[in-house]
Design a protein. Structure first.
Length: 202
């Protein structure tokens, strides 16, 4: 079979595609698909996350009742008066609850982040709201646990000393756990750097 002339081969060969466009010609890349926020598929799992995280308030209240110090007071004619330096335990009770809330919030945020297939703002909002509900539930149950630990004397005489159960005197303590949850989840999302936060790899 006779070979084709060089001119015919050059004419039939496919045109070469330049690696870079000629000078002055704009070079456009095809638009990349953007990841959209999934709401409908994540709604039911988010409700489950909110419900389960809210139950964290029960062990949180029990731990606080075990760790928070009681106040030693002396019975006087005007009523029970805290002894010297015992009034500082009012702040200690708040500090213990805040620290427990921060720790629980960090654990919740990291744990929910490992739900790779459900990563996104819907799950994050559910975790934050669940943490807020857990902290509020803990404030409601602290009195029940401290009532089991501290005995309340039925009769007291002037001059006696009694240990009073700790109490939470501020409602703002419930913000520690949801803030820690949002911080942990947000830091992990920012560190991930992927458009879909790695949902496709789940």
């Amino acid at each position: 079979m006779a070979e084709q002339p060089v001119e015919a081969q050059q004419r039939d060969a496919p045109p070469e595609v330049p690696l870079y466009p000629p000078y002055g010609v704009p070079y456009y890349l095809p638009p990349q698909p953007r990841s959209r926020v999934v709401i409908k598929a994540d709604l039911l799992p988010a409700i489950s996350v909110l419900s389960l995280v809210s139950l964290v308030g029960v062990p949180l209240a029990w731990l606080w009742a075990q760790l928070a110090p009681g106040q030693l007071k002396q019975i006087t004619v005007r009523g029970p008066i805290p002894l010297t330096a015992e009034s500082y335990h009012r702040f200690d009770s708040i500090a213990v609850f805040v620290l427990l809330g921060l720790g629980a919030g960090l654990v919740v945020g990291v744990t929910v982040w490992f739900m790779r297939e459900r990563r996104g703002p819907v799950t994050m909002i559910a975790a934050v709201l669940g943490s807020l509900g857990a902290a509020y539930l803990a404030t409601l149950m602290t009195g029940m646990f401290t009532g089991w630990i501290y005995d309340v004397p039925s009769q007291t005489n002037v001059g006696e000393q009694v240990t009073v159960a700790p109490t939470l005197e501020s409602v703002w303590v419930i913000l520690a756990q949801p803030l820690a949850t949002a911080l942990a989840y947000g830091v992990l999302a920012a560190w991930n750097g992927m458009d879909d936060l790695g949902r496709r790899l789940g």
